[in-house]
Design a protein around this ligand. Structure first.
Ligand code: ADP
Ligand code: ZN
Ligand code: MG
Length: 472
């Protein structure tokens, strides 16, 4: 039988706050175990949580980044379960009244994936298993790190829709400064819920949940494996059980972790120690105003208004800093295509050579705008523009000054160039003779001699025309 997969996601993203969500411990990655813990986040009795305001703002920003409604009223609940990395034996989360609801993201192909909710919660600690000693240890550094959980409707029907969605979410959260979205470090973790149904059916099957996928590739492999596994079960007359499974990156398979808990297993109840979060319309408007323009909006502007090819636009938006630099540059010199070329080819070449990023560029968008203009209006040749850019990286300086100091200003003085060409012709009589006898290959050699004798300021087009003329 042929089956159609049905997929919904739950994505956990760590918020880029300075401190944890209910205490003042530092919110950081790495470091030695249990060095960022206090009585609150290690769950000692009698301590009270104190909500981090910035965590609320960042969660609201995540809502704006995904076209959600940011709610005036949201509140916290306790989700009770015992686990060694959760010392309080309950997790504070938002169950009844999440901060954001009803968003969507359009994936490749134009389909809208609905986002059911985004809620704030605290992360649990980590267990470190030492197989050699045969013991497990608890590291509480991650306890109380602020998270948002983004929950989609089961709207995905293919791996590529899921992967595109996750890539877009990661990029948007980075643009908004909500999360650094480093999947390999676990700051963005994806749980995939997947079921299958016969092609043509519209009754969803029973789903399995694959926890904590930490790369785009792992997401694809885990889904492919699950489709196979569930198809085999149904083809053999069995039934899929609702459960939580773990993907093993080395084996490329998934294994059952535990049967899926139902909401009532968690005995949710309102968190008595945290008052509801009340955001006024003005608060919400202010947060909205602080949002940078999102990458998909910039992509549409680059392709539709600026006429850039999709691939180039995609490269420009790949980081906010690169896109910001581009936007600042075209504000001064709206030669969209030429600025894009200069950045994607020459600027990136220099950054690669120097192993640097756009954040390290030692000159301003204004300087780059000027350089592009000098190249397009014929002040300097295309090749000279490349040399000038390299000097701007290596030694600094303004493009026009560099051009003047290095003799890069293109010389459009025809009579001076004619003198140079005549000199080259007389010094290379044999080659000229050979050209006149039909050996056109030597033209390039003669051009090279002209450029060498005339210096960096030679206008290549003018030189070519004049040389052709003189050789007749
Ligand atoms: P629960 O309350 O049991 O956690 P939800 O309705 O909140 O269930 O859904 C959890 C996740 O599972 C969501 O991402 C949702 O899109 C997805 N999901 C729900 N039903 C299915 C299904 N039949 N197949 C695949 N995914 C599903
Ligand atoms: Zn703490
Ligand atoms: Mg749920």
């Amino acid at each position: 039988m042929r089956y159609q997969p049905v997929i919904g996601l739950e994505i956990h993203a760590e918020l880029l706050t300075q401190s944890k969500v209910f205490c003042t411990c530092k919110n950081e990655f790495g470091g030695s175990e249990n060095t960022r813990v206090c009585p609150r986040c290690s769950g000692l009795p009698g301590t009270l949580p104190l909500l981090n305001k910035n965590a609320v703002y960042l969660a609201a920003k995540a809502g704006f980044a995904t076209d959600c409604t940011v709610n005036n009223y949201s509140s916290f609940d306790r989700k009770n379960y015992f686990y060694p990395d959760l010392p309080k034996a309950y997790q504070i989360t938002q169950f009844e009244n999440p901060i954001c609801t009803n968003g969507h993201i359009t994936v490749k192909g134009g389909k809208d994936i609905r986002i059911n909710r985004i809620h704030i919660e605290e992360d649990a600690g980590k267990l470190v298993h030492d197989d050699y000693e045969g013991i497990s240890m608890a590291d509480y550094n991650r306890c109380g790190v602020p998270l948002i959980e983004i929950v989609t409707e089961p709207d995905f029907r293919s791996v590529s829709e899921v992967q595109d969605f996750v890539e877009q979410i990661a990029l948007r959260l980075k643009y908004a400064g909500v999360c650094d979205a480093r999947m390999e470090q676990g700051s963005l973790r994806v749980d995939v819920n997947i079921s299958i149904m016969p092609v043509g059916s519209d009754t969803f099957g029973t789903r399995a949940e694959i926890k904590n996928l930490n790369s785009i590739k792992a997401i694809g492999r885990a889904i492919e494996y699950e489709i196979e596994r569930q198809s085999d079960i149904l083809d053999n007359g069995g039934t899929v059980v609702q459960e939580t499974r773990r993907f093993n990156d080395n084996h490329g398979d998934t294994k059952s972790l535990r049967s899926k808990e139902e909401a009532h297993d968690y005995r949710y109840f309102p968190e008595p120690d945290i008052p509801p979060v009340l955001l006024s319309d003005e608060d919400i408007e202010e947060i909205k105003k602080s949002m940078p323009q999102m990458p998909q909006v910039r992509f549409a502007r680059y392709t539709k208004e600026y006429g850039l090819p999709d691939d180039d636009a995609a490269l420009i938006i790949s980081t906010k800093e690169f896109s910001d630099f581009y936007d600042e540059t075209v504000k001064i010199n709206p030669d969209y295509k030429q600025v894009s070329n200069m950045m994607l080819v020459e600027l990136n070449r220099n950054l690669n050579d120097l192993e640097k990023t756009i954040n390290d560029v030692p000159f301003s968008p204004c300087d780059l705008a000027e350089l592009v203009k000098m190249s397009t209006d014929g002040t300097v040749s295309k090749n000279a523009a490349k040399d000038i850019l390299k000097i701007m990286f290596d030694k600094g300086g303004k493009p026009m000054e560099i051009a003047k100091n290095n003799g890069f200003i293109m010389d459009n003085d025809t009579s001076a160039l004619e003198d140079v060409i005549e000199k080259v012709i007389s010094e290379n009589a044999d080659t000229v003779q050979s050209y006149k006898e039909g050996n056109e290959k030597v033209f390039g050699f003669l051009m090279g001699q002209v450029v060498r004798a005339g210096g960096k300021g030679v206008n290549p087009k003018l030189a070519k025309d004049l040389l052709t003329e003189k050789l007749k």
